[in-house]
Design a protein around this ligand. Structure first.
Ligand code: PXP
Length: 242
């Protein structure tokens, strides 16, 4: 059996809610359904522009999430203050640009190294795990370890966007190589972004892989199958492809 765990990103439930400005669909109810159907945790991104998840969602999720509650956030003082109040189990530091449709790439750990080290120690004082969302790049993995972070989350977006067989293999190898370095130097491994019902299975044997953060494909499928079925199907894929 695979030990890889699924954390479902429920941002897009909030995206739909914000389209009408009302209360439905409710990401909190979505989080409960995801956990009931085998998700080991829930991930949300509290963006500076609050385009989907709102502050009240984060406080409410802290109360209902039974597994790991993972809060994605930019290197932003405002969001850090909120995270320190909410106390999720884990924060994942991500780059954030206002114009982007979704997170576009990994964190520039080298440029922001000092700031990242400060943030890591701030969260460690509160016993909150810290993960850094990075490209599958050797230097970024090593600097992540040096920063004191507990996890890297390898950005799988380039692998997911690859269309030619050779390129898919090349991008997959990059992920596996970065994960191998991480396990060798002793930093834990998560992965995510762009994963779906087809491209997830081939990366499940990445060295040391513990958690996958998957959102868009699961919430999209849920429109047709219901959220419980969409989560169960992804859990089945993960468990059958050890
Ligand atoms: N991991 C990180 C760091 C992300 O920013 C996102 C998107 O919010 C995801 C995983 C999930 O990506 P997707 O919605 O494409 O599954």
């Amino acid at each position: 059996m695979s030990h890889v765990q699924l954390c479902v990103n429920v941002d897009h439930i909030a995206t739909l809610r914000q389209a009408r400005g009302g209360n439905e669909p409710d990401p909190i109810q979505g989080a409960i359904i995801c956990e009931e159907h085998g998700a080991a945790g829930i991930t949300v991104h509290l963006r500076e522009d609050r385009r989907h998840i709102q502050d009240h969602d984060v406080y409410a999720l802290r109360k209902v999430v039974k597994g790991k509650f993972n809060l994605e956030m930019a290197l932003s003082d405002e969001i850090i203050d909120i995270a320190l109040k909410v106390k999720p189990d884990q924060v994942t530091l991500v780059p954030e640009k206002r114009q982007e449709i979704t997170t576009e790439g990994g964190l520039d750990v080298k440029t922001h190294f000092k700031r990242i080290c400060e943030i890591v120690s701030l969260f460690h004082q509160e016993n909150i795990l810290v993960s850094l969302f990075i490209e599958p790049d050797e230097e970024a993995v090593k600097l992540s370890k040096e920063s004191g972070a507990d996890f890297i989350e390898l950005h799988t977006g380039t692998y997911c966007n690859a269309r030619e067989k050779d390129d898919i293999e090349k991008q997959k190898n990059k992920l596996f190589h970065a994960a191998k370095i991480a396990t060798t130097i002793g930093i834990r491994v998560n992965a995510g972004h762009g994963l779906n019902y087809i491209n997830t299975a081939p990366i499940l044997r990445m060295p040391g892989l513990e958690e996958l953060n998957i959102g868009h494909s699961i919430i999209s499928r849920s429109i047709f199958t219901g959220l419980g079925n969409a989560v169960s199907e992804m859990v089945r894929i993960i468990n059958e492809n050890k």
